[in-house]
Design a protein around this ligand. Structure first.
Ligand code: MG
Length: 247
């Protein structure tokens, strides 16, 4: 069953999402060559705690950090470390906030300094694919309409969408039903209804969509070693269309 949120739930999720968006705005500013992925993690945690909220990922299934920071060929679930970010890297930051039991989830990919044209295009295409997916998150559409909008745009631009990881429902838990794939046909899957809340999160690879898991047991990497990007918003499905909660 896909949970339908009450008005109060939606108000709380909006508060949670606003905190997350504000934290992300601050964290984005620090991404430049010379900082470490651990710097991003520490600063994110400090800002979330200052808002009297909790980092949603820390401890989730044993994940050791507040932020997932995934660099270049890392797709998702990068573990913050003393790794120094270099000029030309692209850095995906994924953060989750738990405000009094209400969860929000968001990710962005940023260039560190000057990056090559292919990476620049990868970031733009991934961001745009999220926008196109969100547009479909309207009551009366099917879940597959989101998936298809993302996949068809990404593939038309010459990139590929990751199959191993998908978006998800979100609310009083970080992961709720349904799964929200970034691939698949339109007009299929569950009917979207007023009050559903979805974390839509395209992960887009430069080359093949295939991934492998790092020896750390967490981090997904592209199998071909080419760069990957990731954008995510938490979105409420309403009768008046999609409402982005994380902005
Ligand atoms: Mg997510």
């Amino acid at each position: 069953m896909i949970p339908i949120k009450s008005e109060r739930d939606l108000r709380m999720l909006k508060r949670s999402g606003r905190i997350l968006a504000a934290v992300m705005r601050e964290v984005e500013k620090m991404v430049k060559p010379g900082i470490t992925t651990l710097d991003i993690d520490r600063f994110s945690e400090e800002l979330i705690l200052k808002e009297n909220a909790l980092p949603a990922f820390k401890g989730y299934k044993g994940f050791p950090a507040t932020a997932c920071v995934s660099v270049n060929e890392e797709v998702v679930h990068g573990i913050p470390s003393p790794r120094v970010i270099l000029e030309g890297d692209i850095v995906s930051i994924d953060l989750g906030v738990n405000l009094e039991g209400y969860f929000s989830d968001m990710a962005v990919t940023l260039p560190a300094g000057r990056v090559d044209e292919r990476k620049k295009k990868l970031i733009e295409v991934t961001k745009r694919s999220l926008e196109l997916g969100i547009k479909q998150a309207a009551a009366g559409n099917y879940l597959g309409d989101i998936s298809c909008a993302i996949q068809s745009f990404v593939e038309a631009q010459g990139f590929s969408v990751v199959r191993n990881f998908v978006g998800h429902g979100i609310g009083v838990a970080l992961h709720e039903e349904p799964e929200v794939p970034n691939f698949g046909p339109a007009h299929l899957g569950p009917l979207l209804k007023n009050g559903m809340v979805l974390a839509i999160e395209p992960m887009v690879n430069t080359g093949s969509w295939e991934c492998r898991i790092d020896r750390n047991g967490w981090t997904a990497l592209t199998r071909d070693g080419l760069a990957s990007a990731h954008f995510e918003h938490t979105v409420a499905v309403t009768n008046k269309g999609p409402v982005i909660l994380t902005e």
